[in-house]
Design a protein around this ligand. Structure first.
Ligand code: ME8
Length: 530
């Protein structure tokens, strides 16, 4: 059993939080141009998950760029650069995407780095030695856009059968290296059956089982008509998909038996867009099995961000610039929007008007006004000093909220988690409307006013803690406004007990409003001013 599996098993037996880091990955993105909003989506989701698990112990978040293959080579050639100079010039923009959206990765791997290339060659040698990689003749159709070989029978009108692509395919005829994928079909099917959570959501799970039941061909894993890739002993370069998939373990120093590898693999969650589920749930685990390694616990194939009903993608040209959006709306509003708008497994359309509605509604009217009104009343009626805790119906009603949010986060139900958190927002707003603190003040109902003001402040503290993974900047602002120092990166199990906010705490509501209203005209004006 792998050390990490043993540690987890122990944690489960002891009913304790596992001390080993929660390991989450994104796909490594093709660096054939600048990032678009779809790329930001996956990275934000991974960041939210990593931050959530940081509140429970530690997490490790890996992302990076996929820099080999014909697609990148062609993009570089189109601007007259060699591929490495081209990717070097683009990587800073991809990393900037992360920093602009508060996406804090622990490692950013590039497949052109020596640490990756050396290990890819070593893996190739190991697979050759075990007989899982063998030399054979390849003749078949290749789609450069998808970097995928297709069987003749699968082509649609002689073109790439991927409905998102449909481009011309090329006939290739070469001596090539093959990976014995077909040999792993039964083991994969058994793995799927024994681990229903291996592939989520269920739709992807079912699709992949159907693919497996339909049979697997061995996979051609080398290319001889291309030199932009990891060079293989004896000539040719490695098929870009195998090269890319291996990043998940080369980043952990796998072939050097690195400490990171021993403590982090298998990954807890690997996030991918649904179009690349097949690579991650069939080819990837088969390669891991061939290396004698366990498969990740879960591959989550999320839905697509669309524009006017079509998948947002570079090749279609219908992309939204994430830098322009973050300048306009700020990172937290977009992070909230993306994870609140649709269940994580479903497609959803991106639209600025929709972002603006969420910003002004859920964030501005519901949460922002709650904070503004509550703190203004505390300042007005109690000089900004939090009253002592008292037994609270609100506290009782929401005692199970952290557990509900946890359950949602475990299944990557980001939207459910946010909806559950917003129940507390709504309850606190109702509390103000029903109790009318201004009347309590007029009537001199001092104890009751204390209880209401305490509940509002304590509720805001809970909210700051629970929204932190989603909106780290605004959550920290809210937390600091309550007179609490640092970031609300705290263990929920100890921090989320109603009454945790000490009476006598002095609030500092200077930073409000949290979410200033955005008018359509203002948004448009700001856009033209950029
Ligand atoms: O496939 N909606 O890279 P890629 C949602 N290099 N997510 C989207 C999206 C959209 N419209 N567009 C892109 C590759 N994404 C390979 C991966 S991994 C070993 C190699 C996100 O640049 C989503 O995560 O085409 C998708 O799977 C990924 O970007 C594809 O990025």
């Amino acid at each position: 059993m792998y050390p990490r599996e043993a540690a987890r098993k122990h944690a489960v037996e002891q009913n304790a939080v596992s001390q080993s880091a929660f390991f989450v990955t994104t796909p490594i993105y093709y660096i054939s141009g600048n990032p678009h909003m779809g790329h930001a989506y996956t990275s934000i989701a991974a960041d939210v998950l990593a931050r959530y698990h940081r509140t429970r112990g530690t997490s490790y978040f890996l992302t990076g760029t996929d820099e080999h293959g014909q697609k990148v080579a062609q993009a570089a050639a189109a601007v007259g650069l060699d591929p490495k100079t081209w990717t070097d010039s683009l990587v800073p923009r991809w990393q900037e995407l992360c920093s602009r959206y508060d996406v804090r990765y622990d490692d950013f791997i590039r497949t052109t780095e020596p640490r990756h290339i050396d290990q890819v060659v070593e893996v190739f040698e190991r697979l050759k030695a075990s007989g899982d990689v063998y030399l054979g003749a390849y003749e078949g159709w290749y789609c450069t856009n998808d970097e995928t070989f297709w069987l003749e029978a699968k082509l649609v009108d002689g073109r790439c059968p991927n409905p998102e692509c449909g481009r011309e395919v090329q006939w290739l005829s070469e001596q090539n290296w093959f990976f014995a994928l077909s040999k792993y079909r039964d083991r994969l099917l058994a793995h799927f059956r024994e681990n229903p959570n291996f592939v989520r959501p269920e739709r992807s799970y079912n699709e992949m089982v159907a693919t497996l039941e339909g049979g697997l061909d061995d996979l051609c894993i080398s290319r001889t008509n291309l030199d932009w890739g990891v060079p293989l002993p004896g000539g040719g370069v490695m098929y870009v998909w195998l090269d890319a998939l291996l990043n998940y373990i080369t980043a952990l120093d796998y072939t050097h038996d690195g400490e990171k590898f021993r403590t982090l693999w298998p990954a807890n969650v690997q996030l991918v867009g649904k179009e690349i589920a097949r690579f991650h749930t069939i080819i990837w685990p088969a390669v891991l099995f061939a290396l004698g390694l366990p498969a990740p616990d879960m591959v989550f194939a999320h839905g697509w961000m669309t524009l006017e009903g079509e998948k947002m993608s570079k090749s279609r040209g219908n992309v939204v610039d994430p830098f322009e959006m973050v300048d306009r709306f700020g990172a937290d509003t977009l992070r909230y929007f993306l994870l609140r708008e649709a269940p994580f497994g479903s497609d959803f359309s991106f639209g600025e008007e929709k972002v603006r509605l969420r910003r002004n509604g859920d964030l501005g009217n519901d949460l922002g006004n709650l904070a503004r009104r509550s703190l203004a009343m505390l300042v007005k009626y109690r000089d900004g000093v939090v009253p002592p805790p008292a037994p609270s119906a609100t506290g009782e009603a929401f005692a199970t909220l952290p557990t509900r949010v946890h359950e949602a986060m475990t299944t990557l139900g980001f939207r459910d988690a946010l909806e559950a958190i917003w129940e507390l927002v709504a309850a606190l707003n109702r509390l103000i409307d029903e109790k009318r603190p201004w009347d309590l003040h007029k009537r001199d109902a001092s104890d009751e006013l204390d209880t209401v003001l305490y509940d509002l402040c304590e509720g805001l503290r809970w909210l700051a803690i629970m929204i932190w993974p989603f909106m780290p900047t605004k959550a920290t602002e809210l937390y600091n406004t309550l007179g609490l120092p640092g970031e609300p990166l705290v263990a929920w199990a100890t921090a989320l007990h109603w009454g945790g906010l000490a009476g006598g705490t002095r609030v500092a509501p200077a930073e409000l409003p949290l979410f200033p209203r955005m008018d359509a005209e203002v948004a448009a004006h700001e856009a033209t001013a950029l």
